[in-house]
Ligand binder design. Structure first.
Ligand code: 5GP
Ligand code: ZN
Length: 112
């Protein structure tokens, strides 16, 4: 599997070696629900390429992942949401494989 790292948990999720709640998959990207959601529906979009930080990711993967984040946001209703992407430990990156968070922001009156 070209471009993956055996010891990486997100590479393992892509390969199905760690189970996940899969959402959308393409040849270059994979998306799934976050195991520790900040809100209901919190999703992650990851490239099928092991780059630690976004600037190391080939453009073709970046270009494939963004429409998936958009598709997920639309599927969730696209009222209020954050797209988040952390690079480096100081910037709060915990998993060293590029990932885009799609985090719905329910209105204060919404029930979980
Ligand atoms: P970061 O802080 O690196 O931007 O975010 C990493 C995210 O990955 C966290 O929100 C965390 O809950 C999620 N995460 C870490 N390990 C797993 C896992 O094994 N499965 C899933 N679905 N999410 C994970
Ligand atoms: Zn990886």
């Amino acid at each position: 599997n070209l471009g993956t790292l055996a010891s990486c948990i997100f590479c393992k999720i892509i390969k199905g070696e760690i189970p996940s709640m899969k959402l959308v998959e393409t040849d270059l990207s994979f998306s799934f629900l976050d195991i520790g959601p900040l809100s209901k529906g919190h999703a992650l979009v990851i490239p099928k390429y092991h780059a630690e930080k976004m600037h190391e990711l080939p453009d073709e993967y970046l270009a494939d992942s963004m429409p998936i984040a958009k598709k997920i946001a639309i599927a969730q209703g696209a009222e209020n949401y954050n797209i988040l992407q952390n690079n480096g430990r100081i910037a709060h990156q915990e998993v060293p494989h590029v990932h885009f968070h799609v985090i719905p922001k329910p209105a204060a009156t919404d029930k979980e």
